[in-house]
Design a binder for this molecule. Structure first.
Ligand SMILES: [Zn+2]
Length: 244
């Protein structure tokens, strides 16, 4: 096989590897999202308890604020009671004070209920935490592995691109143009195909004997008459043995 054809095959291999590596790199954000989603799914119950705890804490804060207002109201009613000058003012102040005290008592009961569910949630979170910690650790390991994989693929892509550049410079411009034209036109970008058993392995058309002979000689670029790919021939082990 002539050197030009060898370089064309190398170029094809580089392009195929570049495309595959690019596709793998493009799939990484999706893979990362899947890993994170998997963690969220498995930690779902933990998250639900966290939410319950946060809601109870917020409710308690609200109630405490309301209780402080009710206490101010009660103090005002007490002062009104002390300073009341007649039966009517006195009765009104008593009513207000009673109402304020009842309100405070209700709020205190409610606060206690929320504190109980807050404590229960915190207890449950404490119990589940070790399990979630393991899950989080596993997730981080998976994400780190993905990062390492990504770094290796980026390096590989870089060296493949260097290799492609080297082949581009080395190949005659006209041959490179033929290759690029076929590669951009053909689906999957495979511009070079092996000819085996009188057949193009890409489109499976049968090759005429004189075409096959030319491909075997390998001293010129032969294209498939059907799919236009550049054809090459790999001698079988037996033929290789015969020639050596
Ligand atoms: Zn073909």
């Amino acid at each position: 096989m002539n050197a030009e054809l060898k370089e064309l095959i190398a170029l094809q291999n580089a392009d195929t590897a570049i495309r595959r590596t690019e596709a793998e790199l493009n799939a990484i954000p999706q893979r990362r999202a899947e890993i994170e989603q998997e963690f969220e799914q498995r930690a779902f119950e933990f998250r639900a308890v966290e939410l319950k705890r946060d809601e109870a804490a917020a409710a308690r804060a609200r109630l405490e604020e309301e209780a402080a207002e009710a206490r101010t109201q009660a103090e005002r009613s007490e002062r009104n009671l002390m300073s009341s000058q007649n039966e009517k003012d006195y009765a009104a102040a008593i009513r207000e004070l009673d109402a304020a005290r009842k309100h405070i008592s209700t709020l205190e009961t409610q606060t206690l209920e929320h504190m109980e569910s807050l404590e229960a949630a915190e207890k449950e979170l404490g119990e589940r935490e070790p399990q979630v910690a393991i899950l989080r650790e596993e997730t981080n390991t998976k994400l780190k592995e993905l990062e390492t994989q990504m770094g290796a693929q980026e390096e590989r892509l870089e060296s493949l691109r260097q290799e492609r550049k080297r082949l581009e410079i080395s190949l005659p411009k006209s041959t490179l143009a033929v290759y690029n034209r076929i590669s951009t036109r053909i689906r999957g970008g495979v511009a070079v195909a092996e000819a085996r058993n009188y057949s193009c392995t890409a489109c499976l058309i049968t090759l005429r004997p004189q075409v096959m002979a030319a491909i075997r000689r390998g001293d010129e670029i032969v294209m498939c008459e059907n799919c236009s790919r550049i054809l090459y021939y790999v001698p079988s082990e037996q033929t290789q043995k015969a020639t050596t």
